[in-house]
Design a protein around this ligand. Sequence first.
Ligand SMILES: NC(=O)c1ccc[n+]([C@@H]2O[C@H](COP(=O)([O-])OP(=O)(O)OC[C@H]3O[C@@H](n4cnc5c(N)ncnc54)[C@H](O)[C@@H]3O)[C@@H](O)[C@H]2O)c1
Ligand SMILES: O=c1ccn([C@@H]2O[C@H](COP(=O)(O)OP(=O)(O)O[C@H]3O[C@H](CO)[C@@H](O)[C@H](O)[C@H]3O)[C@@H](O)[C@H]2O)c(=O)[nH]1
Length: 328
Amino acid sequence: MTVLVTGGAGYIGSHMVLNLTDAGEDVVVLDNLVTGFDWAIDGRAKFVQGNAGDIDFVLKLIETHKITEIVHFAGSIVVPESVADPLKYYGNNTATSRNLIEAAVKGGVKHFIFSSTAAVYGMTGLAPVVETTPLNPMSPYGRSKLMTEWMLSDVAAAHPMTYGVLRYFNVAGADPGKRSGQSTPLATHLIKVACQTALGQRAKMDIFGTDYETPDGTCVRDYIHVTDLIAAHALLLKHLRGGGDSTTLNCAYGQGYSVRQVVDTVKAVSGVDFLAEEGPRRPGDPASITATGEKVRSLLGWVPQHDDLNEIVQSAYDWERHLMVRNR
Ligand SMILES: NC(=O)c1ccc[n+]([C@@H]2O[C@H](COP(=O)([O-])OP(=O)(O)OC[C@H]3O[C@@H](n4cnc5c(N)ncnc54)[C@H](O)[C@@H]3O)[C@@H](O)[C@H]2O)c1
Ligand SMILES: O=c1ccn([C@@H]2O[C@H](COP(=O)(O)OP(=O)(O)O[C@H]3O[C@H](CO)[C@@H](O)[C@H](O)[C@H]3O)[C@@H](O)[C@H]2O)c(=O)[nH]1
C-alpha cells in the first residue's frame, strides 16, 4: 500500500505526510511547489514535483509506485482571491481535481480522500451546521470545492472507488514537534496574520468588517488544530481501508470565536498589544460558520485533543517564532 499525497509540501498536507510516515506508511508526495516548500516534506516520503492535474503524469506515478490511496490537498485556498480570479479556482481546484480523479479511476486507486471546506455551506446563520445543512457557497472557492465533492460522488457510484470528503473549518496551529506549520509568508489566515503582527513582521493588521450580525459585529469561525484535523484523516483512511462506505464529514469543534476574540487571544499569548485596525468587510466572507463535528466523532471515533483556542494560538505563535529564526 502506498499513499499519494497531493499538496504534501503545503501546510496541511505536510502534516498528513508526517502522520503517515510516523505510522510507517509508504508515501509519495506530488506537489508543484506553487505555495508549498520542499523542506516541509518529511524525508521518509518520496517527493515528485509536478501538477496534480496532469492525467498521464499522475497515472504513471500511480502505476510506478503502486498507489492504492490518494489524499488530495493540492489546490488554491484564498477566499477573496477566488472572488477576484474565479477561473484560477475553477482551474486549479475543480479542473485539477477532475483530472486527478480520472487518473485515480484509470489507475485502479481504491480510496480517495478530499480536502473540502466549510465554505461549501455559505451563509448559514449563527447555529452550527451539520452535513445535511443545505449547501449554498458564496464564493467561487466554495463552489469550486463543492463541484469536486459532486464529481467524487458520481464517480464512486460508477467505479469501484470509495471516497471521504472532509470539510475543514478554519485550520491553525502546527506540529507539536515543530517539524511543519503554516509557512507561507503572505498567508491571509487570521491567526497567522495576527501572530506575524505580534512579532513585528507586519506594522498592523486589519479587522475585516465590524457590522456583521454576530455578537460583537465581527465574523465567527470554528478554529481547529491541524493535529486534530490530521487525526481525522488517519481515522478516515482506516475506515475506508476497512471497507467503510464513502462519507462526507465536517471537521470542527462546535465552538465559534469572533475575529476580535482571536485578536485578543493572540495579544494575550504574545504579550504584545499590536495595532488591529477596523476596516470594511472582505468579499466572500460569511458572517458565521461553525459545526458540531458530531458525525466525525460518532462514525470515526474522533476525539479532539487540542480544542482550546489558547493552545491553538500558542502553537501557531511558537511556529511563527521558529520560522523567524529559521529564515534569518
Ligand atoms: N487552511 C485552511 O484553513 C483550509 C480550510 C479548509 C480547506 N482547506 C483545504 O486544504 C487543502 C490544503 O490547504 P493548505 O492550507 O495546506 O494550503 P497550502 O497552499 O499550504 O497547500 C497547498 C499545496 O498544494 C500545492 N499545489 C497547489 N496546486 C497544485 C497543483 N495543481 N499540483 C500540485 N500541487 C499543487 C501547493 O504547492 C501547496 O504545497 C486545500 O485543498 C484547501 O482548500 C484548507
Ligand atoms: O487579516 C485578517 C485576516 C482575516 N480576517 C477575518 O478573519 C476571518 C477568518 O478569515 P481567514 O483566516 O482568512 O479564513 P477564511 O476566509 O474563513 O477561510 C479559511 O477557512 C476556510 C474554512 O472555513 C477554508 O476553506 C479556507 O481555505 C481558509 O483560508 C474572516 O472573517 C476574515 O475576514 C481579518 O479580519 N483580518
